[in-house]
Design a protein around this ligand. Sequence first.
Ligand code: TYD
Length: 220
Amino acid sequence: MGLFISFEGVEGCGKTTQLEMLREHLEWKGCQVVAVREPGGTELGEKIRGILLNIDTEGLAITPWSELFLYAVCRAQLVCEVIKPALGENKIVLCDRFADSTVVYQGYARGLSLQAIADINKWVTEGIAPDITFIMDCPPEVGLKRAMARINNIAEGKKEDRFERENIDFHKKVRDGYLRLAKEASTRIKVIDGGRGIPVIHKEICDIIEKKLEAMGKRK
Ligand code: TYD
């Protein structure tokens, strides 16, 4: 039944780069890969993503619970429309953020009830959980610097999003939250030291996936 891999981490941790490199590697091997991002990945999800990431610039008010439910809507749609069918067709699904992001951002960092988040995640994921989650770990100061440099390099004038504007304490809570989750689910979650060179990290990730595929008895 397919393989579900998620990538998580603080802003600017390098997860999207690594996801793309893993996608290329797996496709080169002949695997069928579906890559998606959260929030987004469906028509509805991408529309809600636009709202979520631009609320401040559009002058909309949003409460932490409203924010949580918008992420949950995106996830429900993505699981039903894309992830579940792809896994059913034995494909490898790569997801840029998934349920752990809600636990960490809305739970540990915003302070909403972890129990409520676990319940909501259970409903919207329909019980589907990643087989492997890579947490790209780096100090938030380093990640934010990278994220800002990236934004300043984007010609069409993308502004930082609301999370990138949060203070450093918020991002420290995000990082600590991820490390806590990694301890609680040490079989599923692999903490990757994101402070190293891109090719070294890529090799570590590929080695872990190769082992997993071997254990699953399928090379494609
Ligand atoms: P994005 O631009 O995709 O950032 P990144 O490249 O860091 O993934 O924006 C997604 C933002 O949404 C990111 O700051 C984390 C946040 N987020 C949550 O707060 N809760 C969630 O459940 C998810 C999926 C994302």
